[in-house]
Every structure is written in C-alpha cells, then in structure tokens.
Design a binder for this molecule. Structure first.
Ligand code: NAP
Length: 330
C-alpha cells in the first residue's frame, strides 16, 4: 500500500511517501481502507519526538480517520463507512490513553489501510461527508469534552484561545450552539474576520491588545466562567488571571511549552479549578455527533491535501496558516 512513513524524528522532511506492505490481519482487529485522515497537532509532536515518549519505527502518523471496512464483522458489513475512535487504554501507569497513530505501537491513518481494535470502530454518521467525519474524532471530541467539563450553562462566558486552531474553531462552534458567550483570541485581522463568521461574540487580536485588559473590560471586571487553554506555557498565567471567582480552566495542550509559571495566589484566591482533559470517551464522541446533527453544525475544513503532499500540510499547520482542520485525502 501507499503510506507516509517516518523512520526517525525530525522536521517535515522525515515524512516519506512510499510503498510498504499492507497490514496483516490480527485477531480482534479490523482493517479499514482509509478515505480521509485529518492532521492534528499531535502528528507534529510525534514527528518531532518528545523526550520520554517512544514510537516503534517505522511509524505511521494519523489519529483522525474515516474509511471503509474491508471485511464483515459482527453487525458491520464489508464496504460500510466507519470512523475510528482513536483512544486505547494506556499501559502506562496513571495515564488514561494511548492514541492510535500517536506515541505508542499503533500505526495511524497516513496510509491506504489501517488496522485498529474492533472496539474502536463506530459507524460513520450519514449526515457527515467522509471528509467531515475525519475531522471530529480528536479536535472536536476534546473541545466537546472540555465544554462538558467546564460546566458552562447558557448565558455563561468562556474564553477560547486560538480561534483558527482545530480545537479552538471546534470549541467556538460547539459553545455557541450551547448558548455560551464566546470571547476568543487571534493573532491577525484575517483570523479575526473568520472568528466573527464562526459566531464568536468578542474577538481579541493578541498582537494589538492585551488579552487580560480586554477580557476584564468586556466582562465588566468580573472575568470569565471558564477558559479553554490548549496553548500551554505562554497562556496559562493569562488564562488564570481572566477567570472569575470559582472559574474553571480546561487544559489540553502545550503548543507553546509544557512548563508554565503561574501565580498560585491568584489561582487560590479566586477558588479556581484547573481541569486536565485528554480526548474524551467513545460515548462522548457519539453524543457529539448527535449534538452536531441536532444543531446542524458542520466542521470547519481549511484545506485538503493529497497524501503524497503531506509535507505541505504539516508546514501549513506549523506556520499556523490554517483556519479550521487540515485533512489528507488518501
Ligand atoms: N489533550 C487532548 O486530548 C488534545 C486533543 C487535541 C489537541 N490537543 C492539543 O491542543 C493543541 C492545539 O491543537 P490543534 O490541533 O488545534 O493545533 P493547531 O490547529 O496547530 O493550532 C495551534 C493554535 O495555537 C495558537 N498559538 C500558538 N502560539 C500562541 C501564543 N503564543 N499565544 C496564543 N495562541 C497561540 C495558534 O494561534 P495563532 O495562529 O493565532 O498563532 C493556533 O490557534 C495542541 O497542543 C494539541 O496537541 C490536545
């Protein structure tokens, strides 16, 4: 089969488009012909490598897959469209998941075929195209999980970093559909215009204004009920500062680094909570699909690349030149 393989960690140049052997069927697993695989920031982490995290080379990236079953099993029929729930219970103590195509042994969806455990298959919801269905199982799932755990109700206000990111754009769409007021942060005027189109109520250009000042001005000095922070080290201190008394910060990412300096006094004196979020459950994924159908939400797709052009897709994400999801057509 055609696949994009990495044999060592490094820049986009380590992504090698080549012919490799098809996966050999293993007990308890199914083989799927991949139709689309979305690009996620995790793919960049795995490609670059992270200290203390292992992959077995040659490795195949890609955790967000929509495809077609190659065999019957159980109630599933050969030729049926499916999506892959990407989380597998971790063997590492005190870590919840291993992610297919992430760090660990499972090869991902940058390939014509992928092999995954049977329990990770979900029938593709008919109301999404294959391309759309490949974008929901990571960014949209984590955004949905964080919104649920934020405990935000209709009329509450949430701060969402990075309107153009996969996670940020998903969180804005889902939060607005739940009736939550959204403040979001962008880095230029083009991204601000697109954030407005998504429905964000108040948009801060972080290169022109101070985020804390603007959030406090907009909330009449109250602060926000919750913050969705996927950016990490650079934004944690700001996120905590903008929370109201009893506010919740949902943390899922470390795009700008994993070690933040925060003011602990600020944190406890407002009785804030920091809540870590890692993907979400399979049942949350199914409830997300239903919610999106009910609210007629379509995921935001920035661009589609052919698998052989994967290096361009990675470069686009690394330069943060996207608005919404980047996907690979296999
Ligand atoms: N825990 C989980 O289960 C889970 C699931 C999915 C993703 N994640 C993590 O969440 C993060 C986002 O993923 P993604 O796929 O959505 O990434 P992405 O599409 O590449 O977006 C990255 C975002 O970070 C913003 N950003 C970069 N530097 C910034 C700074 N100094 N201040 C403010 N914003 C900054 C960018 O905004 P500009 O373009 O304006 O610079 C952009 O919106 C990644 O770290 C990823 O690993 C975690």
């Amino acid at each position: 089969m055609k696949a994009v393989v990495i044999r060592k960690h490094g820049g986009p140049e380590v992504l090698s488009y080549e012919n490799i052997q098809d996966p050999k069927p293993k007990k308890g697993q199914v083989i799927i012909k991949v139709n689309y695989c979305a690009v996620n920031h995790l793919d960049i982490w795995v490609r670059n490598g992270l200290s203390g995290r292992k992959v077995s080379f040659p490795h195949i990236l890609g955790c967000d897959v929509c495809g077609t079953l190659t065999h019957d099993f159980g109630n599933f029929k050969k030729g049926e469209k499916v999506v892959v729930y990407p989380a597998i219970k971790s063997k590492t103590p005190r870590v919840s998941f291993t992610i297919i195509g992430g760090f660990g042994e499972y090869k991902g969806g940058y390939a014509e075929f992928i092999q995954v455990p049977r329990e990770n298959i979900i029938k593709k919801p008919v109301w999404f195209s294959d391309a759309e269905a490949s974008t929901l199982n990571v960014s949209y799932l984590i955004a949905w999980n964080m919104l649920e755990r934020s405990n935000c109700k209709k009329g509450n206000t949430i701060l969402i970093w990075g309107a153009n990111s996969g996670v940020g754009s998903a969180a804005i769409l889902l939060a607005k559909a739940k009736g939550i007021n959204v403040i979001t942060v962008v880095s230029d005027s083009k991204k601000a215009r697109l954030a407005k189109k998504l429905g964000a109520d108040f948009i801060i250009n972080r290169n022109k204004s101070d985020v804390i000042t603007e959030v406090l001005r907009h909330t009449k000095n109250d602060g926000v009920d919750a913050v969705i922070d996927h950016v990490g080290a650079k934004t944690w201190p700001v996120s905590i500062e903008t929370l109201k008394v009893g506010g919740r910060m949902l943390a899922c990412g470390t795009t700008t680094g994993a070690e933040a300096r925060i003011n602990i006094r600020t944190f406890y004196s407002k009785e804030a909570q920091i809540i870590g979020a890692y993907l979400g459950s399979k049942s949350q994924l199914v409830s997300l699909y239903r919610f999106m159908k009910l609210k007629k939400i379509r995921p935001i797709i920035d661009s589609a690349f052919n698998l052989k052009d994967v290096r361009m897709a990675h470069k686009k994400m690394e330069s943060s030149n996207q608005f919404g999801k980047i996907i690979l057509k296999i």
